[in-house]
Design a protein around this ligand. Structure first.
Ligand SMILES: Cc1cc2nc3c(=O)[nH]c(=O)nc-3n(C[C@H](O)[C@H](O)[C@H](O)COP(=O)(O)OP(=O)(O)OC[C@H]3O[C@@H](n4cnc5c(N)ncnc54)[C@H](O)[C@@H]3O)c2cc1C
Length: 511
């Protein structure tokens, strides 16, 4: 096992994609096995030394940024142990890079849907944050694909837990492997995506406590994932609209047709997510003629400012547009013609600028579209770094029926601020990122106030403070506002069962 100190490479592990300043640590460990990790944790627990778990540090909320103590990097635990075509499962170590895993799975004729835009993250990091992303519109977040987890707890005990092994029956407590936990009593907000605090659906599966726990309950050392069959064909487009009303009408109709057309043949791993997503309601039969089998995999939004901002890197972006939508549709040789027609009819109906929009069925062009989408958060991060500021980007989600009003609130508030901004993201899931682009300290100060107002508005509307990026260190105070003292204390009690001295992920979630 490698141990590094300040002078030989530790500095690379002191920040993440949030640019959070001030990270520091005494030692960096780079273990090669769960036994190594157990040994480090036993020692740290005995001395009460804080331990920060480091994945690929692509997180945007400072979760992997240490403030003292030890850092454990999982980069050497990066083996894909198996990919089984028969059972459609894979077993991986946590340090496997998501992009490498996607390729390996695809080579076996299989498909792993979680796609948090940034493919350089580690699978362990995506489980620890319950990462979601564009394709979550159809397939849900990482949670739906995790079958078995091995975790090393703070005092060095290794725990293996399988989905279905321990489920709370009374909604009050749960028992597994000799551990008894009193469950938090808070209700989850009625939103499509939420990673604000420990998961507590009812009934609750014990494995779900660890998914999205942001390095506060244990170190994830092995993961068994479920996979799906590789998709036969894909039809994708980035379509531009001159009027925002047309764009929003298009999104509403695609969203509802997609829910409507997802049938019972949906694989088990996504059945629950689809059921939950389908609750938005059905379109009247008279409106369904154009979309008999239409079912979008992703529906991503770019506002007018985002299109202008990105046009430096992509000069082919048309001018004067109110916004754009990136969509993807899975096809087969039997249904592709019918689907092209259905999408075309819908786009015409909602006045998309078809001449200037981009469409493809081939992998190379689709990769360019992905780059276009990925370039937005990357360019925001570059802008922030160039102007020596901290990121001020929202990640809230609100209930579906509050979404149009919340989008208007974003635009009115940000327009009035006079600070540059971009809004983009997962409009299919009623979840957008508004990123302010302050150019100096005075603008940054105002941007933080505006961010606080957006948080307050989302909470007031019954939403959550983080839909996918997590709480980490940067959003702990907002989690406090959302949950209130009573429920935060219930979360702290839960954490104490696994980590009595509070050494793991110190500062994450609880500040
Ligand atoms: C350009 C860009 C776009 C992004 N887009 C999205 C998006 O669309 N959707 C989305 O969900 N996210 C998005 N993200 C952020 C996303 O959270 C990360 O990409 C990823 O989930 C974190 O993985 P990581 O390996 O980098 O973890 P890190 O950043 O290293 O760590 C994240 C957290 O997980 C903990 N952790 C890491 N590994 C383990 C482990 N083995 N055991 C226990 N705890 C662990 C850490 O302590 C930390 O709290 C984006 C990030 C970037 C930079």
């Amino acid at each position: 096992m490698q141990v590094k100190t300040q002078h030989d490479g530790l500095e690379n592990y002191l920040t993440d994609a949030s640019n959070m300043p001030g990270g520091h640590a005494e030692k960096l460990f780079v273990p090669e096995s769960a036994d190594d990790i157990a040994q480090i944790l036993r020692e740290a627990n005995a001395s009460g030394t804080p331990v920060t778990i480091s994945g690929a540090r692509t997180g945007t909320v400072g979760g992997a940024v240490p403030f003292g103590g030890y850092v454990i990097s999982l980069e050497r635990m990066n083996k894909i142990k198996s990919i089984d075509r028969e059972t459609m499962t894979a077993i991986v170590e946590p340090g496997v890079i998501l992009g490498d895993f996607q390729k390996a799975v695809e080579a076996e004729g299989l498909f792993y849907p979680p796609d948090p835009t940034e493919w350089s993250c580690q699978i362990g990091g995506t489980v620890a944050t319950n990462a979601s992303g564009a394709r979550s519109f159809k397939y849900g977040a990482t949670r739906g694909f995790v079958k078995v987890l091995t975790v090393v707890l703070a005092h060095g005990r290794e725990l293996k837990i399988s989905r279905g092994e321990a489920i709370s029956t009374d909604g009050q407590s749960i028992e597994f492997s000799g551990i008894c936990i009193k469950l938090p009593t808070y209700e989850r907000p009625n939103v499509r995506k939420n990673v604000s605090g420990f998961y507590n659906a009812r009934p609750l599966d014990a494995i779900d406590l660890f998914i999205g726990s942001e390095g506060t309950l244990g170190v994830i050392t092995e993961i068994e994932l479920s996979l799906l069959p590789k998709r036969e064909g894909l039809f994708s487009g980035i379509v531009f609209f001159e009027r925002e009303g047309d764009l929003l009408g298009f999104v509403n109709e695609v969203r509802e047709l997609s829910f409507d057309n997802r049938n019972a043949a949906v694989p088990a791993a996504v059945a629950e997510a689809s059921r939950r997503r389908g609750k938005a309601g059905r379109l009247p039969d008279s409106q369904r003629d154009a979309g008999a089998t239409l079912d979008a995999t992703l529906l991503e939004y770019f506002d007018a400012q985002a299109l202008k901002f990105i046009s430096g890197k992509f000069p082919e972006t048309p001018d004067g547009m109110a916004g754009a939508i990136f969509f993807e549709q899975e096809t087969t040789s039997e249904n592709d013609d019918e689907l092209f027609e259905a999408w075309n009819a819908l786009l015409e109906k909602h006045n998309a600028d078809l001449d200037r929009s981009w469409f493809t069925t081939n992998e190379q062009d689709r990769e360019k579209m992905r780059e276009f989408r990925h370039a937005l958060p990357v360019s925001v991060n570059e802008f922030i770094t160039k102007h020596k500021q901290k990121k001020v980007g929202t990640d809230m989600a609100v209930p579906d029926n509050k979404f149009p009003g919340f989008l208007k609130f974003y635009k009115d508030t940000l327009d009035a601020s006079g600070i540059d901004y971009v809004i983009f993201g997962h409009i299919g899931d009623c979840h957008l990122h508004a990123n302010l682009l302050p150019k100096n300290d005075a603008e940054a100060e105002r941007a933080r106030h505006i961010y606080g107002r957006c948080i307050a508005q989302a909470i007031m509307l019954g939403g959550c403070v983080s839909a996918e990026h997590g709480i980490g260190k940067l959003k702990a105070k907002y989690l406090n506002v959302m949950m209130g003292e009573r429920y935060l204390n219930e979360m702290i009690e839960l954490k104490r069962v696994f980590d009595p001295k509070g050494i793991l992920g110190r500062g994450n979630m609880f500040g």
